[in-house]
Design a protein around this ligand. Structure first.
Ligand SMILES: C[S@@+](CC[C@H](N)C(=O)[O-])C[C@H]1O[C@@H](n2cnc3c(N)ncnc32)[C@H](O)[C@@H]1O
Length: 266
């Protein structure tokens, strides 16, 4: 069903230490993102039997959850330029309904036009040619299909945290281009999507101890050796918000969810 895909991304950021640290963060603190799974469920609302394309799937934290909702008659195609991130994802699906496609969003070449929806979390800010990516998304989604992007948007506290701290502390750096609401609206209009709707969501990443937050961030963003877990915690405290809960501590993580629909006619 899918054409061969070539990865022509000039630099693959999520390989080696960056990729293995990300994997370790999510296996050491596997419950931290359960509220993000609930957020995905709310906005993507994957239904049994649907066919969904995931863009920038990484090591599949969301892929397996989506594939569970789709069930044995559904299909999740998980794409990412990093084959290292995608490795072993197909074998993790309980229903055997995940296929991986190693590809960058802006050169994605899938010979299929019947996806019910596209889901992408934390990846679009890494995409260089967003016009090409959105055009390709519209080509593979059926009329009435939906595009759900959960990401860091320009001008938000999260964008400031990444620019002020992650860009200097992450082992690969973090030179990226955040979407603004205005540019996303133009992109949708130019590439065949309906007007997007934006939702500012704050999900609590929950931990037993306050210091776990620093260790999780140190791994998730693959901090250089000179940045300790305490440094990572202090930066999150400066730019974001940390609260005590009944069972421990929560880092309040503010992301934007953008939802657009491909018009049924036109
Ligand atoms: C922060 S991770 C997010 C992974 C996963 N979606 C999650 O939420 O855990 C960003 C992902 O975007 C991928 N990525 C980087 N450049 C990309 C591009 N041009 N097109 C699609 N994905 C890209 C990376 O390889 C990485 O897996």
């Amino acid at each position: 069903m899918y054409a061969d895909t070539k990865i022509d991304s000039p630099s693959l950021e999520f390989t080696g230490k960056r990729s293995s640290d990300y994997r370790s963060a999510l296996s050491d603190y596997s419950d931290a993102w359960l509220p993000d799974i609930a957020c995905m469920k709310r906005f993507l609302n994957p239904a049994p039997g649907e066919r969904i394309l995931e863009v920038g799937a990484g090591n599949g934290y969301f892929s397996t959850a989506i594939a569970d909702y789709l069930g044995p008659n559904g299909l999740l195609v998980a794409s990412d330029p990093s084959t290292e991130q995608l490795s072993d994802l197909e074998s993790q699906s309980e229903h055997g309904n995940i296929r991986v496609v190693p590809a960058s969003a802006d050169t994605l070449d899938i010979n299929f036009s019947g996806f019910d929806a596209i889901w992408s979390r934390g990846a679009i800010h890494h995409v260089t040619d967003k016009t090409s990516a959105f055009t390709r998304f519209a080509q593979v989604v059926r009329p009435g299909g939906r595009l759900v992007i959960n990401d860091i948007f320009a001008g938000t506290p999260l964008a400031r945290y990444f620019d002020a701290f992650i860009a200097r502390s992450c082992s690969t750096g973090h030179e990226v281009a955040y979407l603004s609401h205005e540019f996303a609206e133009s992109l949708c209009q130019l590439t065949g999507w309906g007007a997007p709707v934006f939702h500012e969501m704050v999900t609590p990443w929950e931990f037993r101890k306050r210091e776990d937050i620093g260790r999780f961030l140190q791994l998730l963003f693959s901090a250089k050796p000179e940045y300790t877990a305490e440094d990572c915690l202090a930066a999150a405290d400066r730019h974001l918000s940390i609260s005590q809960t009944t069972s421990g501590w929560a880092l309040m993580w503010p992301m934007t969810v953008m939802v657009a629909v491909r018009p049924a006619h036109g």
